[in-house]
Design a protein around this ligand. Structure first.
Ligand SMILES: [Zn+2]
Length: 431
């Protein structure tokens, strides 16, 4: 504890003794020492007895160990090679910092990739990280950098593939887009970072005459940036190739509530299965009904089972004109603001106040597939339908449920617009 003159004075004036006791480890300020000396007061350190104010150091604490002589390395300098000291702003030291930052970005990317299930790509980045660390070691030790392969590719293969992504991955050199997804975005950041490291290497290793003393390192960095570009192209290609789905075309149909089923088909009637639909548990029933609107009617509209909480009639926009009802586009179950019509069955009819919708185009998807493609339930995506007359569909709702399997559902108008047949595929091109 630090003891100053003011404290000593106030303590001494209470007792006026000629001996003052202070705790072990106390430190007396110079003026405190003068005060004690001037008044002939002796100081006793607890457990150590009377101290000689003239010979004793001010502090009663144990003397600290002598500070080790510094190795003579000023704070602003660091080792370049061996014991050679340079300023920390030296271009080679700056280059090492850039390479270090690249390593950090790789590791951070790996953390993200593993989190989202891209373990194979994370493993390839591990090889890239080791490659970068070998470059660093070669420079620090002043040894040549040997480049045989990276990710199994020779320098010649890397050059060839990065120049012709169309030939190897079926994608062209193209501008960056968020539509390529988070993995491609991340790889592009790494690629740009390597370019920075490469520029920094040029500053560090090329002298004023333009001679490069580490062409091996500059070349290795150049190949590294090409490899990252290859990974960008390959991932873009996989993204497009993988997000393909079959298409199911929904003809007009009716989902019935239990009460309406009874009204139309009689008490105790249950639906008979005609055939299973692609979504597990759903089936087309043998039963059909007639639907009638103000302007016209349509016979033999298929009923889909099982029964639901509320009756819903799904028609195409073309059907709505024939029936004379307003075509409102709705997600299944969202019946607010929709119009009604009359259902006519063998046992009676039901007048619906609402429930007639043009079903919004949508995709059914299992949670595993949604995770793999980085999609969420309720998300809207853009879909290209590959068919005899290809069409891009906007605002396609993704519905994720453990009961679902991957399939895009269009109504007959949409399917006819794209001339969809059983070989047509839906390709999610943005989400
Ligand atoms: Zn559906």
């Amino acid at each position: 504890m630090l003891i100053n003159e003011a404290e000593l004075r106030s303590q001494w004036h209470k007792t006026k003794t000629d001996v003052i006791t202070v705790p072990r480890g106390s430190v007396l300020t110079p003026s405190a020492r003068d005060f004690l000396r001037g008044n002939g007061i002796r100081v006793v350190v607890e457990g150590e007895g009377v101290q000689d104010l003239d010979r004793r150091p001010m502090s009663t604490a144990k003397n600290p160990a002598p500070v080790a002589a510094t190795a003579g390395k000023p704070e602003h300098q660091t080792h370049l090679h061996g014991s050679q000291l340079v300023d920390k702003t030296h271009p080679v030291i700056a280059w090492r910092g850039q390479l270090d930052q690249f390593d950090c970005a790789v590791v951070e990317s790996q953390v993200q990739l593993v989190r989202y299930g891209h373990d194979a790509l994370a493993a390839q980045l591990e090889e890239i990280l080791r490659f970068a660390q070998r470059i660093m070691a070669a420079e620090v030790r002043e040894t040549p950098f040997e480049f045989k392969t990276l990710l199994g590719w020779t320098p010649e293969q890397i050059r060839e593939m990065s120049h012709h992504p169309d030939r190897y991955f079926g994608v062209t050199h193209s501008t960056m887009s968020y539509l390529d997804g988070p993995v491609v975005a991340r790889l592009n950041i790494l690629r740009a970072k390597v370019r920075e490291v490469e520029l920094s290497a040029n500053r560090a290793f090329i002298d004023s005459q333009g001679n490069c003393r580490r062409t091996d390192i500059v070349q290795a960095l150049n190949r590294l940036s090409s490899v990252l570009y290859i990974l960008v192209c390959r991932t873009r290609s996989e993204t497009v190739q993988e997000k393909k789905l079959p298409i199911g075309v929904s003809n007009r149909h009716v989902h019935l509530s239990a009460a309406d089923l009874t009204s139309l088909f009689g008490s105790g009637h249950s639906l008979s299965k005609w055939k299973d639909l692609s979504q597990p548990g759903q089936f087309a029933a043998v039963e059909t009904v007639k639907i009638a609107g103000p302007k016209g009617s349509i016979d033999n509209v298929r009923i889909l089972g099982p029964v639901r909480k509320q009756t819903q009639v799904e028609i195409s926009a073309t059907d709505s004109f024939q029936l004379g009802v307003k075509p409102v586009v709705r997600d299944s179950g969202q019946l607010e603001g929709s119009e009604g019509l009359r259902l006519i069955g063998p046992n009676g009819s039901v007048d619906l106040a609402s429930g007639v919708i043009v079903a919004a185009r949508h995709i059914h998807m299992h949670p595993d597939q949604a995770k793999q493609w980085n999609l969420q339930d309720g998300q809207k995506v853009r879909v290209r339908v590959d068919s005899a007359r290809p069409v891009y569909f906007e605002d396609v709702l993704v519905r994720v449920n453990p009961q679902y399997q991957g399939e895009m559902h269009l109504d007959t108008d949409e399917a006819n617009a794209a001339m969809v047949d059983k070989n047509s595929l839906a390709v999610i091109v943005g989400g």
